[in-house]
Design a protein around this ligand. Structure first.
Ligand SMILES: [Zn+2]
Length: 318
């Protein structure tokens, strides 16, 4: 056994393995295939567009006015994670970002406290966090086709590196030697250690690539609980409501919808006391037929215009 000489070398070797393999050409069949695999592998997942719409539908009646609600995210650095953020920003505007690699809220208490001071007066905050996992055109979980590449690559790189680290330590080829003292790779060191705590779960899973984002999520949720326990009450103004949505971002190749599997959706008061569990309502709203909703909305608008027009018709003799 040997100590890891360079975690960076280990990480780069791990992610370079099987890089740019597979199909990079989109066909109607591959697009449908990716969508089916996303739904089968992550039951309950919602398209990113539907997620943003459904969140607003559920939160608005609870006082989360989208014009005075600050969006906060904690997602990975990977460019494939920006599509979901774009959808959320299309509802709430610019986001505060707490995320580090893997989607962990490495901004910690300092970022949370700063975010608390950025919430508009009499406004609320929505926090969305989670790890991510890709599906490539060949239906491989844990990989994705990125722009300008001939094949697919690991997704999420960080999580995959952590899984390879766990396998190497448990397989006896390296010694677990966490040292987060150097900031240039402190985040990956932390994640490797966090995944080591779940090594049995990861290695005994029928598909480690599918289990991996669930384990990453549990580690991130635990961190969010610690941050909120430390920062609340105090770091947000009295009366502010906090909506915390956590789940797994499912990245897909170009031409297919991005997905998000919600795993927790809860509102808290400014002291951190839980107010309501909205997960079931979100999943239900997120799976409604968007075409039907749009048609009903247009019909309602047309009816309202027609009614307004009728009211303006002058009646002779009066
Ligand atoms: Zn990643």
């Amino acid at each position: 056994m040997k100590k890891v000489e360079s975690l960076h070398t280990f990480a780069m070797n791990a992610v370079a393995d099987h890089e740019d393999e597979g199909t990079a050409i989109s066909t109607p069949a591959s697009v449908v295939g990716v969508m089916e695999i996303a739904k089968q592998t992550f039951p309950g997942c919602i398209t990113a567009h539907q997620l943003a719409r459904a969140m607003n539908v559920i939160l608005e009646p609870k006082g989360f006015d989208k014009d005075t609600t600050l969006l906060t995210t904690s997602f990975d650095c990977d460019e494939v994670c920006r599509d979901l953020e774009d959808e959320l920003r299309s509802v709430y505007g610019q986001n505060f970002s707490m995320g580090g690699i893997g989607g962990f809220p490495f901004g910690g208490c300092t970022a949370f406290g700063a975010m608390g001071h950025h919430i508009p007066t009499s406004g609320q905050v929505v926090i969305v966090f989670g790890p991510h996992v890709g599906i490539d055109f060949d239906g491989v979980i844990g990989k994705v086709n990125r722009r300008g590449h001939e094949g697919s690559g690991h997704c999420c790189d960080t999580a995959f590196t952590g899984l390879e680290y766990v396998k190497a330590v448990k397989g006896g080829s390296i010694i677990h030697s966490p040292d987060a003292s150097d900031p240039i790779d402190a985040q990956q060191v932390f994640i490797n250690s966090a995944l080591m705590d779940h090594s049995d779960r990861l290695l005994s899973a029928s598909n480690s690539e599918v289990e991996l984002p669930h384990v990453m999520f549990d580690c991130q949720e635990a961190l969010f609980k610690r941050i909120m326990a430390k920062c609340l009450p105090g770091d947000v103004a009295n009366g502010v409501k906090i909506a915390l949505l956590g789940g797994i971002q499912v990245n897909t190749p170009l031409g297919t919808p991005e997905y998000f599997l919600p795993k927790t959706f809860t509102t808290f008061d400014s002291s951190g006391k839980k107010e309501s569990d909205l997960l079931a309502a979100l999943v239900d709203e997120g799976h409604k037929d968007i075409k039907k909703i749009l048609m009903q909305k247009r019909l309602k608008e047309r009816t309202a215009r027609a009614n307004a027009g009728l009211l303006n018709v002058p009646i002779e003799g009066l």
